[in-house]
Design a binder for this molecule. Structure first.
Ligand code: H2B
Length: 93
């Protein structure tokens, strides 16, 4: 079981454009159309399966919101930061 990160650790490790919302880290990505968002959500799902760490994904018209938390630990851990970093890498690939 991973350790919960401190407030300072979260602030220091949060990737650009991600924000903290209580026990979650969150980012909303914008797209030119709905299906690009759907395809992005599929890619995030594949990363989540590979990491066995699953975000909440909300697909809206031309935007996708990703929320990450570590349910078993009850807060934000390295696994959430790593997922955010991996999603950023894929989004910017
Ligand atoms: C049983 C438990 O759900 C699994 O061990 C994994 C699956 N994916 C997960 N995803 C997230 N975000 N947090 C978890 O604690 C988690 N646990």
């Amino acid at each position: 079981m991973a350790d919960l990160l401190s407030d300072d650790e979260i602030e220091a490790q949060l990737p650009d454009d991600w924000t903290r919302d209580g026990d979650e880290i969150v980012r909303t990505y914008e797209f030119d159309d709905y299906l690009r968002g759907v395809n992005f959500a599929q890619m995030v799902g594949e990363i989540a399966e590979a990491q066995f760490h699953h975000p909440e994904i909300v697909i809206r018209y031309a935007e996708v919101e990703i929320r990450l938390t570590s349910h078993e630990e009850g807060g934000i851990t390295d696994a959430d930061i790593e997922m955010a970093d991996l999603i950023e890498s894929e989004r910017n690939a």
